[in-house]
Design a binder for this molecule. Sequence first.
Ligand SMILES: Cc1ncc(COP(=O)(O)O)c(C=O)c1O
Length: 493
Amino acid sequence: MAKSPGGALLSGFIIERNSRVPIYRQLDASLRRLILHGSLAPGQKLPSTRELCRELGVSRITVKSVYEQLIAEGYAQARTGAGTFVAEGLVFEAIPKFKRPRHRIRVPDIEISDRARAIMLSKATVRHGKTEPFRPGVPALDMFPIKTWNKYLLDAMTCEQRHHLSYGQLNGSSDLRGSIAKHLSDARGMQVDPEQIIITSGAQQAFVLIAFVLLNKGDVVWYENPGHIAGRDVMQIMGANIEPVPVDSEGLDIQFAIDNHPPPAIIFTTPSHQQPLGTTMSLVRRLTLLNYAHENDAWIIEDDYDSEFRYRGRPLPALSALDGERRVFYVGTFSKSMFAAIRTGYVVVPPGLVDSFAKAGSLLGHGSSAVVEQALSRFMDDGRYIEHIRKMRRVYRERRDVLFECLMNDCTDSLEPQATDAGMHIVAWLKNGMDDQVVHRALLNAGIESLPLSVYCIGPLNRSGIVLGFCCAHENRIPNLVKRMSRILKKLA
Ligand SMILES: Cc1ncc(COP(=O)(O)O)c(C=O)c1O
């Protein structure tokens, strides 16, 4: 039981009013048992007699006399002005502990739904857990201005702002939606009414909402292949038929999809920086895609997950900025530009769909915190967000350059790194027929992360490769890490 400044909760206590055992004895026996078994630890504060008698619905005299008895026997100690505590220094080694059953209790096989079975097959959980250098998509967390951010969080938690402690607005804070609309206009060339923005707990919740609101069982989704794992799997689990569409040097190959697949309800794409291959969709391809969607009543999901990080030239405006017909759901996240634990993202939805999205969001567990939304809005309005992005762009450019150079110097016997002008990772193509899963596991055993390209794919790979994130590895460490990589790869070749 956790220590608590207000005293232990004792929430397991039940007074049997119909029992022949007097209430006094029930309370006394329960407290002794908790102390003897260590559930109430030495030094832990007991609830005040006033609190406990109110919670249990017994008289205060009963509680007081139980406490006095425990104190008299050395189980508890009274501290003037502070309350009653479990006695310090009690050693219960001689007392038999609660015995676990010798044999594990057999639990019958638990039937899970077909949906849950499909979820168990998803590889989307690769982004969880401890982070080692080169994990794709992880920002330089040690460079995030935590002290500044904490000030914004504290401001959002002041006594005058108690309304932020509630559920907040259905679509997310109007302040934050306004800040995002300004940012999208400035950074992505999009003219968005803040009313069209729904705040989510990250891009993934936006994909869940889109699938929930728009997809019926059997609907076709054209999905980039290789492509973002978690978005693909959630749509499949919601009953969609995912049709893989290859990616060429101009982005999603629409002609291939038209020639090979039934018309889609949704097309999923990452035009700024294809996940994971890194291609930027050409303007011609963008216009073709928009025209196709308009003529065939298809929706497009534009996942703009890491467009903040472009290292050469100016970024192309978002696909959504070209969309006069409002066929695009633009999805943004703060997981890459700030940190994933912020659990905040958003989706810009076409005007007629705002209410269904907001209500679906509420039903699926309103995902973001009104306190964080408020802090983030101020952080953006004060220019802190852009300041951080600018700084990270410089840092990441350097890390990208160092990683690329080291790979070229040390690893070209076994892999061919692909140059990239944007994003947070490099794709390295494997040579000598090496299996990307084997390489991934061998590197991980040596404390180096990567992701095998095959986890992003539906069906077999044309060419095997690994994805290396350069943002979360300090530039001074990269040369040695790559040397270590090179030794491992040589052994595998
Ligand atoms: C392609 C892509 N989109 C979006 C996200 C962000 O997801 P979220 O905002 O839920 O953290 C990621 C992160 O892994 C990603 O790789």
